[in-house]
Each structure stands twice: as C-alpha cells, then as structure tokens.
Write a protein that binds this ligand. Sequence first.
Ligand code: P1T
Length: 379
Amino acid sequence: MKFATRAIHVGQEADEATGATIVPIYQTSTYTQDAVGSHKGFDYSRTVNPTRVALEAQLASLENAQHGSAFASGMAATAAVLNTLAMGDHVVVTDDLYGGTYRLFSRVLTRYGLEFTYVDMADLAAVRAAIRPNTKMFWIETPTNPLLKLIDIAAICSLRTAGQIVVVDNTFASPYFQSPLALGADIVVHSTTKYIGGHSDVIGGVAITSNDDLHESIKFHQNAVGGVPSPHDAWLTMRGAKTLALRMRQHAENAQRIAEFLEAHAEVERVFYPGLPSHPQHALAKRQMSGFAGMVSFTLRGPMERALTFAPKLQYFSLAESLGGVESLICHPARMTHGSIPKEDRERRGVTDGLLRLSVGIEDADDLIADLTSALESL
Ligand code: P1T
C-alpha cells in the first residue's frame, strides 16, 4: 500500500459495533467488564482507547513501522522517549533544535541525572568526540528548527554501537518527505501539532518504532506517566493526517517558490531552505529527503530590528508560534520559539535577532509572494 492510501485506510476500518465508516470518537474514560478481568481489550482510557489505537496504527504506517504511541503533545512524546533512559545516561544532541526540547533537556531532565552534550551534528568528528562510555542516545532533529540544517541520519546511525539508540525528531520533514527508520534510526518522534495534524487546531505528539522492546518501554511510560491525548484530539489528528500527502506536496511547492523569490530579493541577506542549490547541504537533502517541506528561514539586510518591524506588515502570514498548518505563519525565533535558550548560546548557534522563520502554507503561492513583496517594499 502506498503512502497516501495508508494515510486513509490503515487503522481506519469501519467500526465493528455500528459500521460507522469513520472511526468514532470514543469519549469514554472507562469500559464495562463482564466479570473481573473479562473485557474486550479495553479497561481504562489512559492505558488504551479505540480512537487513539486507530491514530497510532495510522501514524505508525506512515513511517512504515510496527508501533506508534500517541501523546498529548510533541513534548510529552519526547519526554516519554527520554523516560526510557536511566540516571547517569548521556545523550548527544543536535545543537540547533526546538527551544522547548532544549528546555526539557537542560532544565528538567538534567535534574533527574541525565546528561546532554549539544554538538553540530553535521560535523561527524564532533559527534564522535562527544560520545562517552555512558552515551545511550543520539537525538537528531533534521531539518533543524529554525536554521534548516541537515543531519545525515545514516551517518549518525553508523556511529551507534550496541546499547545506543538513534532518535529522530521528524517534525520538520514529515513522514511524507523523510523516513528515518529506513535510514537506520530506532525511534521517530513527531510533534503532530504540525504537519501531521495540519490545521493548527490540535496539540499532539507521537513516538514510532519497529523495535518491540523500545515500544514496550515507551508504552509503559505512556501509561505510567499518562501524557495521553484525549479521544477528540486523537480523532482530529487522524482526520488531519489523511490529507498529509496532498498538503505536503503543496507546502513544498510553495516553499520552493518563496525561497527562490526571497533569495533573489535585494532586501534579503540570506535564505535557509534545503531545496535551494545554495543550501550548503543541498546534496544531502536530495539524498535523504524526497522533498524539502514548507519551512523557510531568512535574514534581512540592514539592522536586525528590521526583522521585528517586517513580521507584522504581512497580511497572510500570521505572526505566530508553531508551523505545519494549511495557513502561513511567520515567527521571530529569538523572541518566540527559541526564547528559552540563553541569548549567548542561541547566537553562537546562529539564531540571531535578525532571523525570521516562515511556515509556508498551502494558500495560492502568488498571493503569498505578493504579500511578501509589499512588506519588503514598505521596509
Ligand atoms: O508543541 P509540541 O506539540 O509539544 O511539539 C514540540 C516540538 C517538538 N519538535 C519540534 C521540531 C518542534 O518544532 C516542536 C514545537 N515547535 C514549535 C511550537 C515551533 O513553533 O517551532
């Protein structure tokens, strides 16, 4: 079964009880048992819920994997994967990553005795040098948020030794354009809030793997810690994911046009988009991804404050956090999504006050370019 078919059919069988074609929202916390311990496989909705089970099957199939575990947010999915580690374990992490992931690692999980080293994972020698005897995990985000750097997933997997796992946050590429498990990764994480949900109306996350032991461990923590999505949120995410293939093609087509437009504009200093031949890792992007998705970052010429005045001038790009919805957004990472990273660290990694990040939606690209043109002209 091909991707677009799986998105619509896997986990989506007609409801056994009623024949409902669309998986119902099983808005129940509990299930009536015939006798103690005698039930239909469902006992309590933190542990298992039919709507969530359907979503988990659908999302696992999008990564060609055996197992999925859905969570109430991308951060809850990330935390559950980190929960599989033990005190004293060490993680090698991409240095350019979502500010909330950095905050979870640096301000929460270090208090539980986990250790993190942030490196530019494009530099394999730096990754190798960061490995310690207690290294248990490599945490990759690719393309990275917000600088759209590429990490070579297969190359990082080749550094892994027994007892170590590679986890990829695949949020920016979506499963439509990148398959980390096929490149050797052990676990894929998504903020389903983004492309998978696709309509900026629901927060969610998922952890996907084909490794039975890792799945057991993530499932155990999903139930023990309890960061599960509501049945309604699971249903909304599932509905969004059905159109992922169609949406991603349009996101990528629009983003490519916008990246090329910005790169040619006199007011624009630099554009970061893996689909541009000028991207330093364009060759890797072409090898590792089947398309370049919809995120474009850029800097303007002149003083950095121009970034702050530019964003509100746009009509169709809402000034907002998040990404991956059908509507276009613009964000100022230093003050918004990456504000939780100390200024010095942030700037060292290239997330300057002059950086702007676009989540290119699926509106007509002509309208989006006209909007950007008039905002650039009015600077
Ligand atoms: O917001 P939540 O669903 O908890 O997902 C967190 C998350 C995880 N991974 C990546 C790569 C992300 O970009 C995010 C959330 N990011 C934003 C809200 C943002 O605007 O970048």
